[in-house]
Design a protein around this ligand. Structure first.
Ligand SMILES: NC(=O)c1ccc[n+]([C@@H]2O[C@H](COP(=O)([O-])OP(=O)(O)OC[C@H]3O[C@@H](n4cnc5c(N)ncnc54)[C@H](OP(=O)(O)O)[C@@H]3O)[C@@H](O)[C@H]2O)c1
Length: 249
């Protein structure tokens, strides 16, 4: 489980990151485009956990193509770290544009500025094109994966390449109160938020979720305490394709 930090700024971001790390989060997701890397870095330093035990992700804004290294050095400086754990291309450009960014990403990894490189919001065909032209497989693709966007082909494609799928916006990009999710939540004595996070896990998808509430941060970590059976997973899978119909599992 990663902590998302989109639309968290200043003291809210610093306190939110510190509290999340102290609550047990070990992966923090930010982006150059979120304009909060400095506040996120302050939260990391304010926590009681050694930086070596944390996984720090930031994303390169595709509109800055051609300025990759300069942007990365600025991110490292703002975050207050020597090396990133994961650097993502925030969104694809056309095939040539994506390749141009990716080649700079490979150089940054070879230089030791980042430990791993990946992409975000790429379709399988765009990932295929990147691999075919560079020979380098992205470690991660961070995408909207919830029931509204559920794509079993993407999950299968990425698994076959060993690409980790990270699902962003598990709540804001989904209809939390659909009767299928509500029914399953009541059956397990869990919240609809916990059921959606667990559904991602059942698909082998890691999530990036945001919260500035201590109570919600703790609840979102508890998804390892229960599981969904295959019929429940399949019922949630069908929500998107059913156009939000109300048939319970
Ligand atoms: N790669 C990309 O293009 C991309 C795009 C969008 C997002 N992201 C990443 O994904 C992260 C998450 O997405 P998001 O920021 O759109 O939001 P989200 O995680 O889908 O939803 C956040 C909302 O859910 C609430 N919430 C969280 N846990 C809850 C719980 N247990 N019970 C009740 N409410 C709960 C939060 O309120 P409280 O604060 O009150 O808990 C907040 O209002 C972003 O912050 C960002 O890091 C990446």
């Amino acid at each position: 489980m990663s902590l998302g930090t989109w639309q968290m700024w200043g003291e809210t971001a610093t306190r939110g990151v510190q509290e999340a790390i102290d609550a047990g989060y070990r992966c923090i997701d930010t982006a150059t485009g979120y304009r909060n890397e400095e506040a996120v870095g302050a939260g990391i330093r304010a926590s009681r956990i050694d930086r070596d035990h944390l996984l720090i992700i930031t994303k390169f804004p595709e509109e800055e193509v051609g300025r990759e290294r300069r942007t990365l050095l600025r991110s490292l400086d703002l975050l207050g770290v020597d090396c990133l754990d994961l650097w993502l291309i925030h969104a694809p450009l056309d095939a040539d544009g994506s390749l141009a960014m990716w080649e700079r990403f490979i150089e940054a990894r070879e230089e030791g500025l980042v430990r791993a490189i990946g992409v975000s919001n790429f379709q399988p065909a765009q990932v295929d094109a990147l691999i075919a032209r560079s020979g380098v497989v992205p470690a991660v693709n961070q995408v909207a994966f919830g029931p509204r966007w559920f794509d079993s082909a993407l999950a299968g494609h990425h698994a076959s390449h060993g690409i980790v799928v990270q699902g962003h916006s598990p709540f804001s990009e989904n209809e939390l109160h659909h009767s299928v999710v509500r029914t399953i939540a009541e059956r397990h004595g869990r919240s609809v938020h916990q059921v959606l996070l667990r559904w991602h896990l059942e698909h082998g998808v890691l999530t990036v979720a945001k919260s500035v509430s201590r109570e919600h941060l703790a609840a979102n970590l508890q998804v390892s305490e229960f599981s969904l059976d295959p019929a429940e997973v399949a019922a949630i899978d069908r929500i998107g394709s059913h156009n939000w119909s109300e048939d319970a599992p």
